[in-house]
Design a binder for this molecule. Structure first.
Ligand SMILES: C[S@@+](CC[C@H](N)C(=O)[O-])C[C@H]1O[C@@H](n2cnc3c(N)ncnc32)[C@H](O)[C@@H]1O
Length: 304
């Protein structure tokens, strides 16, 4: 399997991380491997004081991603790249597995890849109504979204849709989801949930946002604990990013961006290098529409 994913803000990532001439980079959201491949070109060319060779640690929660690339004639065969299956929250364990104590940079490109969106088994896309409503990055752990809906109360479902999707019609949607369960035809597929959202969410004024967008975002965030992982990782990163090292984080919606912004502001070990988030150029948005909502923030670990 090859990747269809086009990396977002590639020049900006290379510039902000490359100018450090880093020796150890954690690419916490490896995905299609696009950022990793580009960052290989800006790694330091020499060994560190303790003999550490230049290295990118690529991490992803999706087993299909790691299986695809961790092969001798793929990126995993490149001595500059070590691939790990697991959440980027486990970066300190991956770093120490590679015999190091710190990384010089962490890159996060949040959300899902075009490959995951296109995968019929995952339920990420509204255009595949017959797919099971799964929404997990790692289909081998935790619960698929349809099971998550089955074990939570109407109130919990409404709260999650409101909190993680900022959906004003969360209560109506949760009520319909629970009504279907009572009628012994619980939500199971993408199409089931899209149909409920269409009935509960009035069309937006210029029809620019699909009525199910916010609900799918919310369930994906809940099922994968996306915001919790981001928050905990950024809170601990000051312990395992070397002084002078950087984090570059690309987010795709306001909840993620707020967490990144506040994590950098509230921790005095970091200096924010991007006062306002950087946005993709018009040319990039035109050639890669997925980039349109991207926001990149960069912070540097203080020396003391
Ligand atoms: C937008 S894609 C990354 C694309 C990549 N930067 C590139 O240029 O090809 C996001 C990836 O992050 C992965 N992911 C999401 N949450 C994760 C987590 N907590 N830990 C590790 N990987 C995660 C997803 O499985 C997906 O493959």
């Amino acid at each position: 399997m090859t990747t269809e994913h086009v990396s977002v803000m590639p020049d900006e990532i290379v510039q902000w991380i490359g100018e450090l001439r880093p020796r150890t980079i954690v690419d916490g959201t490896y995905g299609g491997g696009g950022h990793t491949r580009l960052l290989c070109e800006v790694l330091a060319s020499d060994e560190g004081p303790d003999g550490e060779s230049p290295l990118i640690i690529g991490m992803d929660r999706d087993p299909a991603v790691i299986r695809r690339d961790d092969v001798p004639d793929g990126p995993g065969g490149d001595p500059r790249i070590e691939l790990f299956l697991g959440s980027y929250e486990k970066a300190p364990a991956a770093i120490s597995h590679c015999g190091r104590t710190h990384a010089d940079a962490l890159v996060l490109d949040l959300g899902l890849s075009s490959d995951q969106l296109a995968d019929r088994e995952r339920g990420f896309s509204f255009t595949l109504p017959d797919a099971e409503l799964d929404l997990r990055f790692d289909p081998e752990s935790d619960l698929p979204a349809y099971r998550w809906l089955a074990i939570h109360s109407e109130k919990d479902i409404a709260d999650a849709i409101y909190q993680f999707g900022e959906e004003r019609f969360s209560r109506r949607i949760a009520r319909q989801i629970c009504l279907r369960a009572k009628e012994k035809s619980p939500v199971r597929t993408v199409g089931d949930l899209v149909e409920i959202c269409r009935r509960c969410v009035p069309r937006s004024k210029n029809h620019d946002i699909h009525p199910a967008t916010r609900t799918f975002q919310a369930l994906r965030i809940a099922v994968n604990d996306e915001l919790g992982i981001l928050q905990r990782t950024l809170a601990s990163a000051g312990d395992w990013i070397a002084p002078g090292g950087r984090i570059a984080a690309i987010s795709f919606h306001s909840l993620e961006d707020r967490i990144v912004k506040n994590a950098f502001r509230e921790d005095d070990r970091w200096t924010v290098l991007t006062k306002k988030p950087l946005r993709p150029t018009d040319e990039e948005v035109q050639s890669n529409p997925r980039s349109r909502s991207a926001k990149l923030r960069v912070a540097q670990r203080n020396e003391t």
